[in-house]
Ligand binder design. Structure first.
Ligand SMILES: [Zn+2]
Length: 427
């Protein structure tokens, strides 16, 4: 009732207020819907206190409980941070925060001796202030997430100094890109005449293509250390696999993800004939710095060639060790290369113009297809165990509310992926 009455009232307002009201209404509708879903998922974390029987084979009860508590903490955190940002956004809109910031920027320009004819300068000051505001209000949340939640569950590897330096660096790099790009864009809009929107669209298209091209080589290395994967069995095997499916691989890098967190990952990037693969050191059992201490304690050198006494080492360091064996790393890569071979990257770019929900549904289909691709490469068994390990290392929770999972998860639930692999694991 209340909602319909306020909708009626909305139609009688002047156009600006109507747009204003519609923005608020839309934002709160999405917020409430997602909170409802989060609540459903939270109930699953709270009530599923024992490993479901169908998961008994793949997860021990200790890992299950760890993962459950981790997800519960994350869910509580996102409840409060979500509530905060929804209220913050609403207050900014209601109390005219945006026009206020615009006037403030004008005043700064006035002090600096720029007259009202310098609209572009005023816009840049406005952008700078707005991004500074959002970085500062986001900082306490990000600090809490890293140093309280991730820390508590054993993922955080950052020191406070590293974190702050990183945050400042991120802000400066963003401004270095954002400010020149937006001043050019504003200039184009100003001189573009009747067809300004076409020029503006072309400009943003070119800029985003340039950014995608230079990101991995020039921007990402400002933040993390990338080193070529040393010669050895793993590198050889990656090259053989890439060749077998005509993947134009030029380099394999290991990124020092362990400086940030012990979460693990792998990806590829690059245009056309110049593709590169990046492996997180946390993914690699034998290169992970996080395993080094354990290896040293047990009086052993980390293996460099992927051969030899892996079983022995594993037996000694079973408790804390993380990461995957070479075969499993290859299986994970087989999945990633499947995304390339099946044209998913390009399809994603095209589809991303459409609704994000459709993207989630499609992306899950792609996950199954990439798994099937890895299976065709004869990696079913290793991918199966890699998925279990990665889920364990990242404390993924294997049970989810169907509605929550359908809305949010770009990857299908672990159990479904395992079942799909299982059918022909023996191949
Ligand atoms: Zn995938």
């Amino acid at each position: 009732m209340g909602m319909w009455a306020s909708l009626d009232a909305m139609w009688e307002m002047p156009a600006e207020k109507r747009i204003f009201g519609a923005v608020l209404l839309f934002s709160w509708t999405v917020y409430l819907w997602e909170s409802f879903l989060a609540q459903r998922q939270r109930r699953i974390y709270k009530t599923t206190t024992h490993v479901p029987p169908e998961l008994g084979q793949i997860m021990d009860s200790e890992t299950f409980e760890k993962s459950r508590l981790y997800q519960l903490d994350k869910s509580t955190f996102s409840f409060w941070s979500g509530l905060y940002s929804e209220i913050e956004g609403t207050l900014i809109l209601l109390f005219g925060g945006i026009p206020y910031l615009w006037r403030l920027s004008g005043r700064f320009c006035g002090y600096a001796g720029f007259g009202p004819e310098y609209e572009i300068t005023q816009s840049l000051v406005f952008l700078l202030l707005a991004t500074l505001f959002s970085a500062l209000t986001g900082l306490p949340w990000s600090l809490y997430n890293t140093f309280v939640i991730e820390e508590k569950h054993g993922f955080n590897q950052q020191t406070l100094g590293f974190f702050m330096k990183d945050a400042v660096k991120k802000f400066v790099v963003t401004q270095c890109i954002l400010l020149p790009v937006s001043s050019l864009l504003l200039y184009i809009i100003k001189i573009g005449g009747d067809y300004f929107f076409i020029y503006a669209w072309l400009f943003t298209l070119v800029v985003s293509l340039v950014l995608v091209t230079i990101y991995a080589d020039y921007i990402a290395p400002l933040f993390d250390k990338f080193t070529p994967l040393p010669e050895g069995k793993l590198k050889q095997e990656i090259e053989v696999m890439a060749k077998s499916i005509d993947f134009p691989l030029t380099k394999v890098y290991v990124v020092e993800g362990s400086k940030r967190s012990s979460h693990s990952n792998a990806y590829f990037y690059g245009f056309f004939k110049n593709k590169r693969i990046v492996l997180f050191d946390t993914l690699l059992e034998e290169y992970s710095v996080l395993n080094k201490d354990i290896l040293e304690e047990s009086g052993m050198e980390p293996r460099k060639d992927g051969e030899g006494d892996s079983e022995e080492i594993k037996a000694k360091v079973k408790n804390k060790k993380q990461g995957c064996k070479n075969e499993e790393v290859l299986a994970v890569l087989g999945h990633e290369l499947g995304h390339w071979k099946l044209g998913h990257t390009v399809k994603n770019i095209i589809i991303s113009q459409v609704l994000s929900f459709c993207l989630t549904v499609l992306s899950r289909r792609f996950e199954f297809q990439a798994d099937a691709f890895a299976k065709k490469l004869g990696k079913a068994k290793d991918l199966y165990s890699a998925l279990i390990k990665l889920n364990k290392d990242n404390l993924g929770f294997p049970v989810s509310d169907w509605l929550f999972s359908m809305w949010h998860y770009s990857h299908p639930p672990l159990l479904e992926r395992l079942q799909a692999l299982e059918n022909s694991k023996q191949d």
